[in-house]
Design a protein around this ligand. Sequence first.
Ligand code: ATP
Length: 510
Amino acid sequence: MQKEDKLKEIISHAKEYGFVFPSSEIYDGLSATYDYGQLGSELKNNIKSYWWKSMVQMNENIVGVDTAIFMHPSVWKASGHVDAFNDPLIDNKDSKKRYRADVLIEDVIEKIRGKINKEVAKGVKRFGDDFNKDEFLATNVNVLRNKEKIKGIEDRMRTSLESEDLEGVYNLIMDLEIACPVSGSKNWTEVRQFNLMFSTELGSVSGESAKIYLRPETAQGIFVNFLNVQKSGRMKLPFGIAQIGKAFRNEIVARQFIFRMREFEQMEMQFFVRPGEEMKWYEHWKDQRIQWHKKLGLGDDNYRFHDHIKMAHYANAAADIEFDFPMGFKELEGIHSRTDFDLKQHEQLSGKKLQYFDPEINENYVPYVVETSIGLDRMFLAILSSCHKVEKLENGSERVVLCLPPALAPYKVAVMPLTRKDELPEKAKSILATLKTEFNCQYDEKDSPGKRYRRQDAIGTPYCVMVDHQTLEDNTVTIRDRDTMEQERVSIDQLTTIIGDKVSMAELLK
Ligand code: ATP
């Protein structure tokens, strides 16, 4: 299946089963904003819970906060967002479509990477078990030529972006002969900078003085509370502050479903460290975060690290964890070494000291910060797209199944009476009443058992419990596993343990 078709399939599945709806759909939607439905909000909550548990509750030196979306306007001046939170944009004069100039260039780089991967695949085919990938990558002439090309493009892009040389970015687009994917033409406007922050006015007085911003990242709420948390929680360095919350960005190009939204949610953690120790912690968090992802079992090959070509204005080292989305490898999470940039800036603009007294070395200093920042909605898309499978069954039919990690599944178990007669529904409901206190359950008595199983497969429910006539005699039920489709007869007393073992988050957190 084509990758674009896969994304379409995910979007329609998400809508059909109540995961994600376009926002304000009865008014034809609002671009790049989405609503999470009855199952989407459950899945989202479970992802948040996995993140919060592993980042906050499993680390004695990390605490969580929940800060306001609105902040004093000086926060965004200090953080650099008013002056530097820009993306370079370019318009195609024929299609009238707008693009991010850096993304157009990165797409070219990605195509060249694709050529390298093809060479590797050819090598594997030719040499079989004797194939040495590292040696091949270091010596094959075609690979080396393409690597050189990538480096040349990356160097030019970095130099231009870092020196704000927008003409240089334009020239690179021209030299690479990039054409608009829609019109196919190379008739481009100049490259301009565009600030991504949304602004609004506070109170009833309009004008510059009342202008405030919707936060474009949750991190600043953490920075301005650094001392509040450190003092009230008697925290000792190194320690972290975490938060989950909404962020807003007026994205230039907002296609690709929930991957790039104008209102989205972030899960961020700022880890405060002694100056000079930041690279050690940067490596530590890179490692921790990739492990967090891999434990979900979505497939290790779906992840790769990508070092930033152009650092954000606050960073001295930055890497993305990229995921193989239906649109290809794209950023899922960023890990940044933010130095003492933010705290120092806030000290300067607020005139308040934001320092830590380190009793071990008897010194006051402004801590350095290593940040992990993941988009909740992107995580949602990563999970949905990699777990959505269309399987051919032995009898020739097909089933659509969401192989969600059980701990994240919206419903853990569906309880069903075989028929709507003979007091089977009453029995099923009494089982439901017991299971409900432990797990999010669904009750379903409509349609044939086969159809009901398919419905649960499509929303990722790990277990279905079927109540039949034998249940009335011996208090046993059949329990069906979503992935193997096998059914086992067990006693009702065992259900809580069987289901609990499978859906518990504890395994993921170990
Ligand atoms: P991109 O390069 O894709 O625009 P970014 O580098 O600007 O992303 P960060 O500022 O590092 O993103 O934000 C941290 C995380 O927040 C990202 O890794 C991503 O998961 C998420 N995120 C950023 N922008 C959006 C958006 N418009 N919609 C959904 N998630 C987003």
